[in-house]
Write a protein that binds this ligand. Structure first.
Ligand SMILES: C[S@@+](CC[C@H](N)C(=O)[O-])C[C@H]1O[C@@H](n2cnc3c(N)ncnc32)[C@H](O)[C@@H]1O
Length: 263
C-alpha cells in the first residue's frame, strides 16, 4: 500500500530544518530571499494585484514569494503538515496568504473561477494519478483570460536514474503507476527518514499538453529547457556558469519543460 502523503508529511517536517538542506533555507527566506526563478517569473509576468493559486505549494516559501511580488495568494497542498508549516511561515514573514489542505485532483469547489494565475512548479505531475482531473481543476480555478503556468521536470530527464553512467529506469510517459520505496529527501541526502512506499506516474509531454487542451486551455507556450538554474533531481553538476546541463552525445537533453496555457 503506497503512502505518498506520509512521505510528504515527513518531508514537510524536515525541509528547511537541517544544516545540509540545499533547497529550503528558511532563515534567508525570512530575511527576504526571493526563491522564485527567472523561468517561472518570466512566464507568470507581473502579478501585482492579481489572484494567484499555487498548486502543491509544499510549506509555502514560493507561495509567499509570489505575495512579496504583489499577488494575493492561495496555496494548496494535500499534506496537513505542509499546510500548517506554510501558515506558520506566513505569520513569521508577516505576509498575508491563504493555505488550503486539498488534493489537487479534487480542488474544493470554492476555488473555482477565482484566479488570474494558477502556478505549479518543480515536482508536480509525477505525484498525480489522474492527470485529466488535475488539469480540469487547474482550468476551472481560472477566470476567463487567466493563465496556467506549469514548470516541471522534463519527462526525458525523469526517465534517468543516473547520468554518469547513463542509466534509465523509468518509462517515458504512459501514466502507469510506478511503485518505489523511498527514504530520505532530495533536499538533504544526509538525512535518514523512515522508508515510505510511494507511487508516482510518468507522463510524456504529449500527454501533458493533450490533457491541458482537453481541459479547455489554449496552449500559448511550451518550452523545453536544456540550461537551467536548478537540477530538481540532484543528478547533475553545474557548469562554471552555475547552470545545469544534461549532456547527451554532442548536445543536451532537456531538464525542465514549461507550459503557459490560457483559460
Ligand atoms: C516537490 S514538492 C513541490 C515543491 C515546491 N515547488 C516547492 O519547492 O516548494 C511536491 C508537493 O506536492 C504535494 N503533493 C503531492 N501529491 C499531491 C496531491 N495529490 N495533492 C496535493 N498536493 C500533493 C506534496 O505534499 C509536496 O508538497
Amino acid at each position: 500500500m503506497s503512502d505518498n502523503r506520509a512521505l510528504w508529511d515527513e518531508r514537510a517536517r524536515i525541509h528547511g530544518s537541517t544544516p545540509g538542506d540545499r533547497f529550503y533555507d528558511v532563515e534567508s527566506f525570512l530575511s527576504g530571499r526571493q526563491t522564485l526563478l527567472p523561468l517561472e517569473r518570466g512566464l507568470v509576468g507581473d502579478v501585482r494585484g492579481k489572484d494567484l493559486l499555487h498548486l502543491q505549494c509544499h510549506f509555502g516559501m514560493d507561495t509567499l514569494n509570489w505575495a512579496r511580488l504583489g499577488a494575493r495568494v492561495t496555496g494548496v497542498d494535500f499534506s496537513p503538515v505542509a499546510v500548517e508549516r506554510a501558515r506558520d511561515l506566513a505569520v513569521r514573514a508577516g505576509i498575508e496568504a491563504t493555505f488550503v489542505e486539498a488534493d489537487t485532483q479534487r480542488l474544493p469547489a470554492g476555488l473555482a473561477a477565482r484566479f488570474d494565475v494558477v502556478v505549479a512548479t518543480y515536482g508536480v505531475l509525477c505525484w498525480i494519478g489522474d492527470l485529466r482531473a488535475w488539469m480540469s481543476g487547474a482550468a476551472a480555478a481560472l477566470r476567463p483570460g487567466g493563465a496556467l503556468v506549469l514548470v516541471d521536470m522534463h519527462p526525458a530527464f525523469q526517465t534517468v536514474a543516473s547520468v554518469e553512467p547513463l542509466v534509465a529506469d523509468w518509462p517515458y510517459g504512459g501514466g502507469q503507476a510506478q511503485y518505489e520505496s523511498v527514504t530520505g529527501t532530495y533536499a538533504d541526502p544526509s538525512v535518514t527518514v523512515p522508508v515510505r512506499e510511494t507511487v508516482q506516474y510518468p507522463y510524456s509531454l504529449g500527454e501533458i499538453i493533450t490533457a491541458a487542451a482537453e481541459a479547455g486551455l489554449r496552449i500559448q507556450h511550451l518550452g523545453e529547457h536544456v540550461e537551467t538554474d536548478l537540477d530538481p533531481r540532484g543528478l547533475l553538476t553545474p557548469g562554471d556558469d552555475g547552470l545545469y546541463r544534461f549532456a547527451f552525445g554532442d548536445s543536451f537533453l532537456p531538464i525542465l519543460y514549461s507550459l503557459r496555457a490560457m483559460a
